[in-house]
Design a protein around this ligand. Structure first.
Ligand code: C2E
Ligand code: MG
Ligand code: MG
Length: 641
């Protein structure tokens, strides 16, 4: 037991004893006032008074000590609690990762924590008694600090970004919160500043900004930054009355390299391409990668068409030398589309679009060349917009028709299936072939509706033929490349089969080779799902894409359709004949049927039969026609030579 407690106990005991004595004495005094002899009474009375006074005195002292102890105890308790709180605060100060700096009201440093020393590089003794001006970086004007103290005066707190200097001299950003502390009398006593080093965040912000504006593979500006640069260049060109040129570059057959040599080689080639192109240009020319194998060039001072054309020519020539990737020489060409400011377009967006149209022109006129944007191209684009509008109307007005082209079994000379091919019965233009509107439908998204409609018509027609006793093995329907990878395809096919009640084995879906090879993994998954429904799958226009045999082998496909481009030269063109022979052998080795398209002459049919091709389709057997015109009895016999 502590000494103070012992004192308190003693005081309490004394207080108790003297209180009892005092009470007894007063009681005794009162009883003796009224009875007993006079002498004895007086003596006892004096004696009684003395006891009363003494006891009262002692009671007063003992009570005072007791109260004093109780008061002292409370004070001690408060002091203990304060000390614990201070210790906790100290621990928090020392452990926190934020730097803490306390100044007095004269703004002289009176306390700093460990994190402060870690961040600033200063030791406590070097800064205590100093002004925080010691850390100023010179980054902020004096007004900045005035505004801080203004805010502290008004709201007692301020937070914000401050650039300070470390002991090493390095300038770095801090996120700082400053608070004003007042004492019991409400007088300003201290300022407490808590700050964290945000240089890491700033660096990652900088990195993010770089990533958002640059292509990660080549580190060239991306489409976003390039568009911004074009906008700025046009604004400046307008002021200085200068001409600019925008060149869009697309690598020819880059996909083939990716598919045959792998994406790693493709990536390395793109990187090397960026370096090579960059080396071709001087200052005032910005090179960007817009995505995939598409690059763009902005020439900020290019007033003449000839100069722009010369630049394009330089690019094309510059790619004549091979690229060496993993010690392999790789040759690649490019097509370039050119659009000029101000003659072709006045806005950045228009300039980009026009260069894209010009590129399209360069590609369609035989690649490895350049093309300029012209009025004629604009007219072409306008025509497309009008077509899209009309096509939408055509769907609503039911102007589309499905034609059916016979497919013959070459060996038994019998019609065994049909391919459904869409047509547009235009009120003014007559029957429009699909080649003129399918690409527009694909670009505008209308293709989904068109293909769904054709599929429903075809399945209904097949059911009608079956009910009429016509024996056909299959009806083939084309699936757009745009829809092939989409989930809805499976749902739509399942729905049509359910609605029409057609045996799934009678429906064949034709998918182009490029649709399958664009994303083989997705294609594989989609094909397996469709096969689960029981439908047949065929690869259309085979030979025009870049199939990987390994991937082809994995596909659950029942048929390859040889593109009509190879059939056209049969039987005399040796290349075509060789390719057709290889495709037939390939299909047979993979257990698939072979189907040749575009047979226009009996000699072609005879050659194909000789090569063991299973099925044939073409004008020689019959053109695409409305359902009621099909001649089931027609069975042209192929005479072999
Ligand atoms: P495809 O699927 O390869 O269809 C074969 C095309 O070759 C058809 O052209 C057909 O008329 C034509 N053809 C058939 N035999 C001969 C011949 O002996 N000689 C020549 N020169 N051509 C022949 P069409 O009907 O103009 O269709 C062109 C393409 O349009 C089709 O090529 C197909 O890719 C697409 N297509 C047609 N209908 C649809 C459809 O409903 N949906 C989708 N997504 N595409 C369709
Ligand atoms: Mg087809
Ligand atoms: Mg085809």
């Amino acid at each position: 037991m502590s000494a103070s407690y012992r004192d308190a106990l003693r005081a309490a005991l004394l207080y108790l004893v003297f209180s009892v004595v005092w009470l007894k004495s007063t009681g005794y005094l009162l009883t003796n006032l009224f009875d007993g002899s006079a002498d004895l009474q007086r003596w006892q009375l004096i004696n009684g008074y003395v006891w009363v006074v003494l006891s009262a005195g002692f009671i007063f002292i003992a009570r005072a000590r007791l109260l004093c102890f109780l008061g002292l105890g409370a004070k001690l308790r408060h002091r203990n609690e304060d000390r614990t709180r201070l210790r906790q605060a100290q621990a928090v100060f020392d452990c926190t990762r934020e730097g803490v700096l306390v100044t007095d009201r004269q703004r002289m440093i009176v306390h700093v924590n460990r994190a402060f020393m870690d961040i600033t590089g200063y030791q406590a003794e070097e800064v205590l008694g100093q002004s925080p001006n010691l850390f100023k970086s010179g980054h902020h004007p004096p007004d900045f600090y005035l505004a801080i103290f203004e805010s502290l005066k008004r709201t007692r707190e301020w937070s914000g970004e401050v650039w300070n200097r470390r002991k090493s001299g390095e300038i770095y950003p801090q996120w700082q919160t400053i608070r004003v502390i007042h004492d019991d009398r409400g007088q300003l006593s201290h300022y407490v500043a808590v700050f964290s080093d945000i240089s890491a965040i700033k660096n990652s912000e900088h990195e993010l900004a770089h990533l958002a504006h640059h292509d990660p593979l080549t580190d060239l500006p991306n489409r976003l930054l390039f568009s911004d640069r074009v906008e700025q260049a046009l604004a400046s060109a307008q002021i200085h009355k200068r001409g600019c040129a925008l060149l869009m570059i697309d690598l020819d057959h880059f996909k083939m390299i990716n598919d045959s040599l792998g994406h790693n080689v493709g990536d390395q080639l793109l990187k090397a391409m960026a370096v090579r192109l960059q080396g071709l240009f001087g200052p005032g020319v910005t090179l960007a990668r817009l995505g995939g194998d598409e690059f763009a060039v902005l020439a900020e001072n290019c007033p003449q068409v000839v100069q722009a054309a010369a630049l394009a020519q330089r690019i094309i020539e510059g790619l004549k030398e091979p690229f060496f990737i993993a010690a392999h020489p790789l040759f690649i060409n490019a097509s370039v589309g050119i659009s000029l400011f101000p003659s072709d377009a006045l806005s950045a967006e228009q300039l980009l679009r026009n260069a894209d149209s010009a590129l399209f022109k360069a590609k369609s006129s035989g690649r490895d060349g350049y093309a300029l944007y012209t009025e004629e191209l604009t007219a072409h684009a306008q025509h497309r917009v009008e077509m899209a509008f009309e096509l939408r109307r055509a769907l609503e007005q039911q102007e589309l028709r499905v034609y059916y082209q016979p497919v013959h079994d070459l060996k038994i000379s019998r019609l065994i299936g049909v391919e459904a091919l869409v047509r547009w019965q235009h009120p003014q233009r007559g029957l429009v072939p699909p080649g003129e509107f399918i690409p527009i439908a694909e670009r505008t998204g209308l293709i989904a509706e068109i293909d769904a409609w054709v599929m429903l018509q075809a399945c209904q027609q097949m059911c009608a033929w079956q009910n009429a006793g016509v024996v056909l093995s299959f009806i083939a329907v084309n699936v757009s490349t745009r829809l092939f990878a989409r989930r809805e395809l499976f749902e739509r096919v399942a729905q049509v089969l359910h609605d029409t009640g057609l045996d799934p084995a009678c429906l064949e879906l034709e998918v182009t080779e490029s649709a399958v090879m664009d994303d083989p993994e997705v294609a594989l998954e989609q094909m397996h799902r469709l096969r689960e429904l029981g439908v047949r799958l065929a690869i259309d226009d085979f030979g025009t894409g870049y199939s990987s045999l390994l991937r082809l082998k994995r596909l659950p496909v029942q048929k390859l359709k040889i593109d009509q481009g190879f059939v056209a030269g049969l039987p005399f063109d040796e290349d075509d004949a060789a390719i057709v022979r290889v495709i037939i052998a390939l299909a047979q080795s993979m257990g698939m049927q072979v189907h040749a398209e575009g047979i226009e002459q009996v000699e072609q049919a005879a050659f194909l039969l000789e090569q063991d091709c299973d099925l044939g389709q073409g004008y020689w057997f019959g053109r695409p026609m409305p359902a009621h015109e099909l001649d089931w009895a027609r069975a042209p016999v192929i005479f072999q030579h």
